[in-house]
Design a binder for this molecule. Structure first.
Ligand SMILES: [Zn+2]
Length: 476
């Protein structure tokens, strides 16, 4: 029991069963018979967790994609909170033997320390499983999409950000990590849901009685803007789609350029970059600056505007037009278009998902590749997922064929398929990719793959895809 007196213990026990923690008003000194009672002060959301910017990324160290801007925003008095989708258990470990869940436990701490160098301490982790691949749908499945979304909506309502920053939701030739895309998808969904009081209503209900301990007492919150940063090489189609910030400007607080704040934060991710951190430790400021210039790390930080609910232009600075306080919630109408024709074959998988996602979230202006594209490792398999729709009153036969670059072959899925009346069936054409031609460069120029579908001698669909072969790439 130590030095705690019995009275103190009793006091703690009394607090536990009292009104504390229910979010209800605390009435003080209500003397019996007092005629003019003072107004009761109602509780408000916890100001310590209010953020101006909420960064939503996938893995510990992904925050590095935005830290040079965040350092600037923090200089300007902005409050920043960060949410990670996973703890990064699937990454490598350059420091010790720990892998998987043990590595995840380490990477969570590395992320907290990296954020702390910038003064960011409000950092949360969803329970997603770090998934190496390019398919956002697989990542969302491994992240328990519904549970992750519920938690992210909760964190938006808790932190009440004005602006959400996240990865661009889309699939491109690039690193194109499915987890990075999943962070962008979830952040966009949560942006559109957190202001709706009918979404996860238990979060916005006020507990009325002592035993309603799981009603959360949050308020709906509609963030005002969402911006994306790309995870791909297609800089050509991202340019001019949002504001851009020099990372060479000198910070008022550290007297160093903003890229340096980003670098000094990043070097704490030792499991991911111990070799790099060790090299930095042996360099002076001038040498570090030279290396940064040579690596192109000191180029501008650019964002793509997702949407602004407070007006302004595409390239306005991030906080232009933002005033504190809530804005009303509005849901935009959305319906899914059915493909034309009695029988139709269309691209499925992440590509069709993103088409519908952009329409559902009023993001049809977002840059996306046409035709769809992907980068894959040489001599692996490309899978082209397809929907085959038959809206007639009889079973129909569809013939699938593929036109391929020389040396690439169909390994399965071509030929005849049958689809029942009023059905949409899924199928896939698998293509064995050839070897890389330019071994020295490590990548070939993208080549076209076309899948054609015919029914009764007439075309019922054509799917084209640009495929770039690389020495190394994440699996599809
Ligand atoms: Zn990552």
């Amino acid at each position: 029991m130590g030095h705690w007196g019995a009275a103190a213990i009793a006091g703690v026990a009394a607090a536990c069963v009292g009104l504390v923690g229910t979010g209800r008003a605390v009435v003080q000194d209500a003397a019996p018979g007092a005629s003019a009672k003072a107004a009761v002060e109602l509780r408000e959301p916890d100001a310590r967790y209010k953020a101006d910017i909420l960064l939503v990324v996938a893995h510990p160290d992904d925050e590095g994609a935005a830290t040079s801007y965040l350092a600037r925003a923090i200089d300007e008095g902005k409050r920043v909170a960060v949410v990670y989708g996973t703890r990064g258990g699937n990454g490598g470990n350059e420091v010790g033997t720990e892998q998987a869940s043990s590595l995840a436990a380490i990477r969570e701490i590395e992320a907290r320390r990296a954020n702390a160098t910038l003064g960011i301490t409000n950092v949360w982790f969803l329970d997603g499983k770090d998934t190496a691949g390019q398919d956002v749908l697989v990542s969302l499945a491994n992240w328990q999409h519904g549970a992750s979304l519920e938690q992210l909506v909760r964190l938006i309502r808790l932190t009440r950000p004005e602006v959400v920053l996240t990865f661009l939701p889309g699939t491109f030739i690039g690193e194109d990590h499915g987890d990075h895309q999943a962070a962008g998808v979830l952040a966009t969904e949560a942006f559109d849901l957190a202001g709706d009081p009918t979404v996860f209503p238990n979060q916005v209900a006020e507990p009325l009685k002592r035993l309603e301990a799981y009603l959360e007492g949050l308020r709906p919150w509609q963030p005002k803007k969402i911006y994306y940063f790309p995870d791909a090489d297609r800089e050509d189609i991202f340019k001019g789609k949002g504001p851009s910030y020099s990372v060479k400007e000198i910070s008022k607080s550290t007297k160093k350029p903003y890229w340096r704040a980003s670098l000094d934060s990043f070097r704490l991710h030792e499991t991911q970059a111990k070799g790099f951190a060790d090299r930095l430790n042996k360099m002076n400021d001038a040498e570090i600056e030279k290396m940064m210039e040579a690596d192109g790390w000191a180029s501008d930080q650019t964002f793509v505007l997702g949407k602004s609910l407070v007006g302004g232009t595409t390239t306005d600075p991030i906080f232009t037009g933002i005033e504190s306080g809530p804005i009303p919630f509005r849901r935009e109408a959305f319906s899914v278009e059915t493909p034309k024709g009695d029988v139709a074959v269309t691209l499925a998988g992440p590509w069709s998902f993103y088409g519908e996602f952009r329409a559902a979230h009023q993001l049809t202006h977002l840059p996306h590749p046409e035709p769809p594209e992907i980068a894959l490792q040489e001599s692996t398999t490309l899978i082209i997922p397809l929907w085959v729709r038959n809206s007639t009153r009889e079973t129909r036969e569809v013939t699938l064929s593929a036109e391929l670059p020389s040396g690439w072959t169909v390994s399965s899925g071509a030929g005849k398929v049958k689809v029942g009346t009023n059905q949409t069936a899924g199928t896939r054409v698998e293509i064995a990719l050839g070897a890389l031609r330019d071994k020295a460069k490590g990548r070939d120029a993208a080549q076209m793959v076309t899948v054609r579908a015919e029914a009764d001698g007439k075309s019922v669909g054509e799917v084209a895809m640009k495929v770039e072969l690389r020495k190394k790439a994440l699996p599809e």
